[in-house]
Design a protein. Structure first.
Length: 243
């Protein structure tokens, strides 16, 4: 299966930073890059296509949103995956993207994923872990702790890190702790705040915080309803609530 990058512009990428995130744990990667594209007012500059590209598009104000799009904002070039990458195309897709990044003069790659919050130690104060290629670690110092060796990264993030390591390219993966049960906008704010610190950005996270609060309130209401149903069941009362 052939995957390839198609550009709408002749833009040069020397010293740019490639950013990508996917629909993994807590959808953290997707939520982060989606927020960056929106808040930074990023401009679409291209697409990634494959032989078996998923047949999903949607309308938007200025045209059609396709499954895999490239955007630019300042020094960032952002891969926005509007739909998950199919498992059967994942390796080919990531290899094509990694080779394109390595050959275009990019300065480094910053990837975003989620890390199961159940792996967080009780005394751990930081909200994320990081992973990086040898080339990145040779030239950069990170205050954030590395992901422990006993844990594996899987999916598109793993493929990209593997291919970046092979081509000796500096790449970093930012892994905030996140829920595995539902999308986690609050974890995405941790990733955005890392980008703000590390790359000198000023991306507002108020919208992500609001989404997180709405989600948390909805979960509390479901939990409360569940307790009421359980209590009524114990008392032998009808167990149907209309909301």
């Amino acid at each position: 299966m052939a995957s390839r990058v198609i550009l709408e512009t002749k833009e040069r990428f020397h010293e740019k930073i490639f950013v990508a995130g996917f629909h993994g744990v807590g959808y953290v990667g997707f939520l982060t890059v989606q927020h960056l594209v929106k808040i930074l007012g990023a401009k679409r500059i291209g697409f990634v296509v494959m032989d078996r590209v998923p047949p999903f598009v949607r309308t938007r104000e200025n045209g059609i949103a396709t499954p895999y799009e490239l955007y630019t904002a300042g020094e960032l070039v952002i891969l926005l995956t509007n739909v998950p990458v199919p498992h059967e195309s994942m390796k080919d897709f990531c290899e094509a993207v990694a080779k394109w990044v390595c050959n275009q003069g990019f300065k480094e790659a910053a990837l975003v994923g989620g890390l199961d919050s159940k792996t967080k130690k009780n005394d751990e104060k930081v909200g994320l872990r990081v992973a990086a290629t040898r080339r990145f670690l040779e030239h950069k110092r990170l205050e954030e702790p590395l992901l422990e060796e006993e844990y594996y990264i899987v999916g598109p993030l793993a493929y990209l890190l593997m291919f970046f390591e092979i081509c000796n390219f500096p790449a970093l993966a930012v892994l905030p702790y996140a829920s595995v049960e539902y999308p986690d906008p609050r974890a995405a704010t941790v990733a955005i705040e890392f980008f703000n610190r590390y790359y000198g950005l000023n991306v507002n996270v108020d919208e992500l915080v609001r989404k997180a609060q709405e989600l948390e309130e909805g979960l509390k209401q479901l939990e409360s309803l569940g307790k009421k149903l359980e209590e009524s069941s114990k008392r032998g009362l009808p167990g149907t609530y209309y909301i």
